[in-house]
Design a protein. Structure first.
Length: 290
């Protein structure tokens, strides 16, 4: 099953065709894209037998399929090649931080640049379909509703300046969490643990890897996080980014107004987000805040 938000309404997607869920289910499931996660098993059972024969899709009208998750988890340093380019060392346990809900955006939304230090990070994003609490690894995929593509855009001056890094703040400016274009259930993918993902800027490939290279794979992340705090239906996990970000290139490369970032994950689709200027935003100064 593939589904997304079309003009803000939950829509099943198959190729270039869409089916409005609220209409097709005669109101059994509402139009809110987030409303199906608390009743995920019921919705999945209904949707698997429905023919997607509704209307022709205008892809530009696909919006963020996950506009209001209760919790947004993210994982740092989860690919060895990214650790190597940063000159760091692998962590014993997953490095977990949060992105704030207000940073989430759609697959084709513009991204305002608050400074000249904004970087790209393509990621596989996991969507939770059941309340997950103390989940064993061998059962973790049973709690996953689907997967989508994410961009963990990062303002490096805020994230890395000072004595204590500010991961959540540097990664939560408006537009810094594009998602989509659809959510895909794991059964649609030959091997959901081994998907190619990548990112280009202005059609130049900057990142390319496979999710089989994750240090802490999906099942381990679901088990680890749920062992500390319950995850709720509709919560998401940005699983980490591979090598190729701008901050660790020589010379460094950051996004400029007019740049277009394309992010993809095999079997799911791609995001295409244009960077724009924010001339009314007061620039951040590097170093410690005064």
């Amino acid at each position: 099953m593939r589904f997304g938000s079309y003009d803000g309404r939950l829509t099943l997607v198959e190729g270039a065709r869409g089916l409005d869920v609220a209409t097709a289910s005669e109101g059994r499931f509402g139009p809110d894209p987030m409303a199906v996660y608390p009743v995920w098993d019921e919705f999945a059972a209904w949707a698997k037998d429905v023919a997607v024969d509704g209307f022709g899709l205008d892809l530009a009208r696909l919006a963020n399929p996950l506009p209001s998750p209760t919790q947004v988890f993210a994982i740092g340093v989860n690919y060895r090649d990214h650790i190597e380019e940063a000159g760091g060392t692998a962590t014993r346990f997953p490095l977990v931080f949060t992105k704030f809900q207000t940073c989430l955006a759609g697959p084709y939304d513009d991204v305002p640049l608050p400074t000249g230090r904004v970087d790209w990070e393509v990621e596989l994003v996991v969507v939770i379909g059941r309340r997950a609490e103390r989940v064993p690894q061998d059962a973790a995929w049973d709690y996953v509703a689907g997967l989508t593509v994410g961009q963990d855009l990062s303002e490096r001056a805020i994230q890395l300046s000072g004595d204590t890094p500010q991961f959540s703040m540097g990664k939560s400016f408006p537009g810094f969490g594009p998602l989509g274009p659809v959510v895909v259930t794991p059964d649609e993918l030959a091997d959901p643990d081994d998907l190619e993902l990548g990112c280009s800027v202005n059609d130049t490939v900057m990142q390319k890897s496979r999710t089989s290279e994750l240090i802490f794979p999906v099942a381990e992340l679901v088990s680890y996080i749920s062992g500390i705090t319950p995850m709720l239906p509709g919560d998401i996990i940005f699983t980490g980014t591979p090598a190729g970000v701008g901050a660790f290139r020589s010379p460094r490369v950051f996004l400029r107004p007019g740049d277009v970032v394309t992010s993809w994950v095999q079997g799911i689709g791609e995001l295409r987000n244009a960077a724009t200027a924010t001339p009314t935003y007061r620039p951040l100064t590097e170093g410690k805040a005064s």
